[in-house]
Design a binder for this molecule. Structure first.
Ligand code: CO
Length: 210
C-alpha cells in the first residue's frame, strides 16, 4: 500500500475504534478545546507530543519546528504563543527537545545544508556561548546531549523575554515555563529547567509598560 493511503486507512480505523469505545467522543471534542498546556517541540516524527505524554486530543496546544526554537522574529511561533497564552489561557508552556536531534547535530558541524543553516545559527550561538563546558565532555554524543539541554534552557529563557509572557506573568500570574528533553532510546522525558510565573528576568529584557 502506498504510504499516504496507509494514513487514510489508519485514520478510518482510529475513528471507528474511538467511536465504538465512546460514541460521544468526537461530538464532545468538536464542541470546544480547553488545553492547559502549550507544547513547543521538535518537528522530528519520533516525538509526537500527545502520544509521548499519554494525552488525548484537546489537551495540548502544539507548535513544532526544527529543534524546538523560540525565535522572537518568528511570526508563526509568536502567533501560536499569543493565542495559547491570551485566548486559551494555558497554565503551562513546555519547550521539549530530544536527544539525538538532527538539528542539534547539524549545528555542531560545519556542513552547509542551505536555508536550514540560517535557522540552525540560533543553536550555533548557544554552542559558541557554552563551548568550554561542551568541549570538556568526552564523546560526541555527550556533547550533543548537553547542547540539547542548553538549547532547551535558552529557549525557555527566550520565552520569558517576550512581551506575551511578561504581560501574562504581570496580569495573570501564569503560565509557568518548563524545559524538558525526551529520550528517543527510552521514551522518557527529563525535566531540565523551570521558570515559575513571575520569575525575575535580566532587567535588560524587561518591559515596564505592558
Ligand atoms: Co529534533
Amino acid at each position: 500500500m502506498q504510504s499516504y493511503k496507509k494514513l487514510l486507512e489508519g485514520n478510518k480505523e482510529w475513528s471507528a475504534a474511538k467511536t465504538s469505545a465512546d460514541p460521544d467522543y468526537f461530538k464532545r471534542l468538536s464542541a470546544q478545546q480547553a488545553p492547559e498546556s502549550l507544547w513547543i517541540g521538535c518537528s522530528d516524527s519520533r516525538v509526537p507530543a500527545d502520544m509521548i505524554t499519554g494525552t488525548d486530543p484537546g489537551e495540548i496546544f502544539v507548535h513544532r519546528n526544527i529543534s524546538n526554537l523560540v525565535v522572537n522574529a518568528d511570526i508563526n511561533l509568536l502567533s501560536v504563543l499569543q493565542f495559547a497564552v491570551e485566548v486559551l489561557q494555558v497554565k503551562n508552556v513546555i519547550v521539549c527537545g530530544h536527544y539525538g536531534c538532527g538539528g542539534i547535530k547539524a549545528a555542531m558541524t560545519n556542513e552547509y545544508y542551505g536555508i536550514i543553516n540560517h535557522w540552525l545559527k540560533n543553536i550555533k550561538e548557544i554552542y559558541a556561548e557554552n563551548k568550554t563546558e561542551i568541549s570538556a565532555l568526552k564523546t560526541e554524543k555527550e556533547q550533543a546531549d548537553r547542547l540539547t539541554e542548553l538549547n532547551v534552557i535558552a529557549q525557555v529563557s527566550n520565552l520569558s523575554k517576550t512581551s506575551i509572557i511578561q504581560r501574562a506573568w504581570q496580569n495573570n500570574n501564569r503560565p509557568n515555563l518548563f524545559g524538558w528533553v525526551y529520550g528517543l532510546d527510552n521514551g522518557l522525558i527529563k525535566p531540565v529547567c523551570e521558570m515559575k510565573a513571575g520569575t525575575e528576568i535580566d532587567p535588560i529584557f524587561k518591559y515596564n509598560n505592558l
